[in-house]
Write a protein that binds this ligand. Structure first.
Ligand SMILES: Cc1ncc(COP(=O)(O)O)c(C=O)c1O
Length: 413
């Protein structure tokens, strides 16, 4: 049994009081809070051995190299990658998606398939790649509840499809896509799959081998890790065959100067994709975050969040003027709920009221998912509000959130 009260005490930000009240943080789908274990790991690096990993052979350098290597191994274990070299450190999931979109080799005239539910970071890099190379992009329309009709995937992915970019768990509807089936359909047609796991990885067990994913983009800051850190997982064979993204120091095994020419020889992955001095503290923090979540258990975290989501959704469904965006079936959802309050002009007003009156922090806006908001006829400027739950939230958080929303509905209608 996980002691969720003890887990809560790992997060210093939750110990704060603002205006004499506890804080209710329900914005983890944007940015997760950081546990003491992650902060300490990074602090340790900065305080004790803040040197360059992989290059400097002195004692600090050696300690930094060991910690950096260990962090990659921890992250590979978290994803069940077959080897650490399949995990590339990036700045965020957006960069991971961009690396694949711009560097994977795609046959001329082929097709990229994506969906109307993508975060902009999961669609735009591919839209731009297509524009650059004259490729076609076909967009599968999510259903109103945020799920997909698997027949649409079968119809759309064909032998001319080179790449599929799909959000594994939506940051808007929270719906989890049937990734295994999508991967199977894609692979049967010879296409590669880029899974956007920015929302899935922090909240569910993610086994990249079991899903047979070609690529996965992970946002470390959404999984209790430091800001400015992401991971690109890629099967080694794909990473090896891809073009490079950035060139420069640390990507090379040799750079000769012959007959007036500079001739580089590049390293294999992961160094091939990690040009320049890296965010060592960030990587060490990412490793600590992966280890921290694993020590609790991703199945347990998933269950805990769904138990909170269930309470929230049950009440939201009863409330006048509140409309949930996407399905209310918690068994196919990550722990978040997006909603509109039709008696309040804009979602920002909802977020402002909850924040000002109840210290409840939710997200408002279009959640970088313009196409789905347009599809659903929601003015992106008015947007939707989103409450997202994580391992450190408890029933009291849900109660305060619902109390705040009930009050808002009362005074606005
Ligand atoms: C589904 C999804 N994909 C991609 C991203 C982008 O992640 P990052 O901020 O790490 O680039 C987000 C961020 O909210 C997201 O929710």
């Amino acid at each position: 049994m996980v002691d969720w009260t003890r887990i809560r005490s790992d997060f210093p930000a939750l110990q704060r009081k603002i205006n004499g009240r506890s804080v209710v943080y329900l914005d983890s789908a944007c940015m997760a809070l950081k546990p003491r274990q992650v902060i300490d790991a990074m602090y340790d690096y900065y305080e004790k051995y803040p040197a360059c990993a992989g290059r400097s052979i002195h004692k600090f350098g050696e300690e930094a190299s060991n910690a950096y290597l260990a962090a990659r191994k921890k992250f590979a274990d978290f994803l069940n990658a077959s080897q650490p070299e399949e995990c590339i450190w990036t700045r965020n999931a957006t960069e991971s998606l961009n690396i694949v979109a711009s560097s994977v080799k795609i046959p001329k005239g082929s097709k990229i398939v994506t969906t109307s539910l993508e975060h902009h970071s999961g669609s735009l890099p591919f839209v731009e790649r297509a524009r650059r190379d004259g490729l076609t992009v076909e967009v599968i329309k999510a259903q109103a509840d945020g799920t997909f009709d698997i027949e649409d995937w079968k119809r759309t992915i064909d032998s001319n499809t080179s790449l599929v970019s799909v959000v594994h768990s939506s940051n808007v509807t929270g719906t989890v896509a049937p990734i295994k089936e999508i991967v199977e359909i894609a692979h049967d047609c010879g296409a590669l799959v880029m899974s956007d796991d920015a929302q899935f990885a922090p909240h569910h067990p993610l086994d990249v081998q079991a899903f047979d994913m070609d690529f996965s983009a992970v946002s470390v800051h959404k999984m209790c890790g430091p800001t400015g850190m992401g991971v690109l997982y890629g099967k080694l064979e794909h990473l090896e065959s891809m073009n490079m993204f950035l060139y420069g120091g640390d990507t090379v095994s040799d750079v000769r100067f012959e007959n007036g020419k500079i001739i580089p020889e590049y390293l294999p992955p992961p160094e091939k994709f990690e040009a320049g001095l890296q965010n060592y503290a960030g990587a060490i923090g990412a490793g600590a975050a992966a280890e921290y979540l694993q020590s609790i258990g991703m199945e347990e975290i998933e269950k805990h969040e769904r138990s909170l989501l269930e309470i929230a959704i049950k009440r939201l469904l009863e409330m006048d003027h509140v409309h949930i965006l996407g399905t209310d079936d918690i068994t196919i959802k990550t722990g978040l709920v997006t909603f509109r309050v039709d008696s309040v002009p804009s979602a920002h007003d909802v977020a402002t009221f909850l924040n000002d009156e109840f210290n409840v922090m939710v997200r408002s806006g279009w959640h970088c998912a313009g196409p789905f908001h347009y599809q659903m006829g929601i003015d992106p400027k008015k947007g939707t509000a989103r409450a997202s739950f994580y391992l450190y939230n408890n029933k009291e958080d849900v109660r305060v959130f619902l109390e705040g929303l009930t009050k808002l509905v009362e005074i606005s209608s």
